[in-house]
Design a protein around this ligand. Structure first.
Ligand code: PRP
Length: 177
């Protein structure tokens, strides 16, 4: 289906303000420690980069890549690891950084996977939470925005690889509407 960019759901200024708040919360909660941010490719790249600069602590980052089979506006529910971390997380304070939680399947898989590697602690920071779409229970420690069940792009989020570079988060609508 052809799609076009619709209204802005969350502006770049709103994103920047919320990312700053999340960074402050993490800086408070992890005082005296050096968190390792694990960004989930590809959608979380933009968020991870901004969040890291909002954290006033020694911190490090690494990335993992997971994907759901197929493309389009809905994930299939089948999660596979397509690129692993480059470092050990044993004994580290790990914060998984995601752009969006939808069904919860991806983050549930990642939490289980990373927990087996014996981090000192494991937390989850998500920019967008589509709570109404949840199929699997997940504990989210830091949430940027709870959003309705609309397909959104921008600030790292894509449609078939496009629109990740938008500074705002916008709704993608059918071209005919
Ligand atoms: C998106 C998002 C999460 C996942 C959330 O990734 O980044 O990883 O879907 O959906 P779930 O809660 O239903 O599992 P996507 O597969 O679009 O890949 P991308 O990050 O490379 O865009």
């Amino acid at each position: 289906m052809d799609r076009r960019l619709g209204r802005i759901l969350i502006s770049r200024d709103e994103i920047a303000a919320r990312v700053a708040e999340l960074g402050q919360a993490i800086s408070r909660d992890y005082a005296g420690r050096a968190p390792l941010l694990v960004g989930v490719l590809k959608g979380a790249v933009v968020f991870t980069a901004d969040l890291m600069r909002a954290i006033a602590l020694p911190s490090a980052m690494d990335f993992m890549s997971v994907s759901s089979y197929g493309s389009g506006t809905r994930s299939s529910g089948v999660v596979r690891l397509t690129a692993d971390l480059s470092i050990s997380i044993e004994g580290r304070d790990v914060i998984i950084v995601e752009d969006v939680v939808d069904s919860g399947r991806t983050i549930s898989y990642l939490r289980r996977n990373l927990a087996t590697r014996h981090p000192r602690s494991l937390a989850l920071c998500v920019l967008l939470d589509k709570t109404s779409r949840r199929e699997v229970d997940v504990d989210v420690d830091y949430v940027g925005f709870v959003i309705p069940d609309e397909f959104v792009v921008g600030y790292g989020l894509d449609f078939d690889g496009w629109h990740r570079n938008l500074a705002d988060i916008a709704v993608l609508e059918p071209a005919t509407s």
